[in-house]
Write a protein that binds this ligand. Structure first.
Ligand SMILES: [Zn+2]
Length: 444
């Protein structure tokens, strides 16, 4: 059966799924190969009780359609965020057997994540699977018995960071070589890493946003142009794997001390800005603040604490790079001043920010963090979200002035005026008019 031939496969209208299926089976040959998951009577999901007190009672997030898996789904969507589409391309172009079952030999976590209370209630962690790194061991039996692949949504590993700025920091005497965390004069830093894919428990996500589960389901269904019909036809399925990026946790120091309530923690929560983080664009403070965060996290670890940077794939305030560049153009052509900074984004995107930090603290709670000694962030949105979730923040640390690129003053001054934390001065509306960005030299 060629998947390409199945364009006539369609979702039945909500009259009677049985009648519709019968009709569709006669209408279209290929539909017989697709047990649609749109109606409860056509599927038998594997039991999943989010927040249950044991992993047996909780059950796995089952969302792979090899063998008879499609009817056994207990989550809407597909694994690996947006990369699910590449998986589909690999299968569709016959480069990957759709029934391929992963062999997870030796892929288990490189260090232990302490089990926390937050894993076993339905309030603390609602946007990632708290058991996502343990699925191959916890749910192997279910996987064999049900003949369905149960995939991990979290992976835990170790690595070395090699950054030009850390080498400079060693040369300038800001960082010491200790042989353990900073391993040599090139500034190489030993790091433990955790990659997390998004797994949403819909009632919990709705609660964080102060809306009903129905409102959330409707918004997700409508705004994705009906991509996920089960959101509205399967209220019995409570988990959604959204096609978005996840997060990576970079940990410096002794991972066994995380969340022990004693060891000091320095934390930067950083939202992706590819243009600056990777390519060094000077229009914003992203890479300088990321580097500052890494350097401070390393220092905290060297002082006996733990340092952490959590990197979220929320490019351009979750508006994406296309919108971001359109805003840059509008700013540069309109006379780039700090008083107009947010307005330009609002003109194009309708809002100034779509990062919505409400779900961000989940990864911290998953790690058992109850207090942050040094929060390496000026964002009031991140601060409020963390504190609202019951995590204390002792000290807030702004980026040092000398690390702010000249062209990014527009951004940082506008943000400070709108509520970002600073130990310096807050410019008023009049003063913001005098903070100019660059125009394109010789570009127009
Ligand atoms: Zn940036």
């Amino acid at each position: 059966m060629s998947p390409v031939a199945c364009t006539s496969a369609r979702i039945p209208t909500p009259i009677s799924s049985e009648t519709n299926l019968k009709k569709m089976k006669t209408d279209s040959k290929c539909i017989t190969d697709y047990p649609l998951t749109t109606y409860p009577e056509d599927s038998s999901p594997i039991a999943l009780k989010w927040g249950a007190s044991t992993s047996e009672e909780r059950g796995p997030v089952a969302c792979s359609w090899n063998a008879g898996g499609l009817q056994k789904h207990n989550a809407i969507g597909a694994h690996a965020g947006g990369y699910c589409i590449y998986h589909a391309l690999a299968v569709g172009s016959n480069q990957l057997d759709k029934d391929h079952k992963a062999d997870y030999t030796n892929a288990q976590p490189a260090f232990n994540i302490k089990q926390n209370e937050s894993w076993f209630n339905d309030k603390d962690v609602v946007s990632m699977d708290p058991l996502g790194h343990l699925t191959p061991t916890l749910f192997n039996e279910v996987s064999e018995k049900e003949d369905i692949e149960i995939r991990p949504s979290i992976a835990v590993t170790k690595a070395t960071l090699k950054l030009a700025e850390l080498k400079e920091a060693v040369a300038a005497g800001r960082l010491e070589v200790d042989g353990n965390i900073v391993t040599n004069k090139d500034g190489d830093a030993a790091v433990s890493k955790v990659a997390v894919e998004p797994v949403w428990y819909l009632p919990g996500v709705a609660e964080r946003f102060g809306i009903t589960e129905d409102q959330l389901r409707k918004a997700l269904f409508e705004d994705t142009n009906g991509m996920y019909p089960e959101l509205v036809t399967r209220p019995d399925i409570k988990v959604f794997l959204p096609p978005i990026g996840g997060a990576t946790v970079y940990i410096f120091g002794d991972t066994s001390k995380i969340g022990d309530g004693v060891t000091p923690l320095a934390l930067r929560v950083h939202d992706e800005c590819n243009g600056s983080d990777v390519f060094g664009s000077d229009i914003c403070t992203c890479r300088p603040y990321l580097i500052f965060g890494i350097e401070e996290a390393v220092k905290e670890a060297q002082n006996g604490g733990v340092g952490m940077v959590v990197y979220f794939r929320k490019e351009g305030r979750s508006l994406g790079e296309v919108t971001k560049y359109l805003v840059y153009n509008a700013r540069k052509r309109g006379g780039d001043t700090a008083d107009e900074y947010f307005h330009r984004t609002e003109c194009i995107a309708g809002v100034r920010d779509m990062r919505f930090q409400q779900l961000m603290p989940d990864v911290l709670k998953w790690l058992g963090i109850k207090k942050i000694d040094r929060m390496l962030s000026m964002s009031n949105m991140k601060y409020d979200a963390i504190v609202e979730q019951g995590i204390d923040i002792i000290e807030r640390v702004p980026i040092p002035d000398e690390m702010i690129p000249e062209d990014s003053r527009v951004e940082i001054d506008a943000k400070i005026n709108s509520g970002y934390f600073t130990t310096g001065t807050v410019k008023d509306a009049g003063e913001l008019k005098t903070v100019h960005g660059r125009t394109w030299k010789g570009f127009e």
